[in-house]
Write a protein of this length. Sequence first.
Length: 163
Amino acid sequence: MEYLYRKGHRSIAGIFKSDDVQGLQRYEGYVDTLRNLRLPLEDAQVFWYNTENKNHILQMDGGWPAVERTLSGCTAVVCYNDEIASRLIINLHKQGVRIPQDMAVVSFDNSQYCEICPVGITSLSHSHDNVGKMAAELLIRRLRGEECTSETAFWTLVERESS
């Protein structure tokens, strides 16, 4: 979000998944960053979905009108993951919205969707090697009966055409 702010965006929507921990944590990060940047938090600029309705939300005859309302007046959007970002970009293109000129899109996970999307998606990435190493070290400590504290894996921004 700070990246989008530095690029001049002040009205940033969010699309988050409500029924998993990552979705809630990513939303918390979105809210914290808006506060730190002294940007308003508008409920109307946040769209929630869940596992059950994921495929419905971005269908033109389904949940798309609600997503469009969420994006109204915004110049950027943070998506829960790359799959949602990719599907969003495809729908926005169908509506004549230019990415990133009219709407910047960023997401999480740096998955294969970033490369196969018509517009390369700017995405936050964890180093899989680093996360795997951290998990293995925690498991070994746990097996030894040692006290384990939670570890934080930091994100790296992989910038592509969508922003």
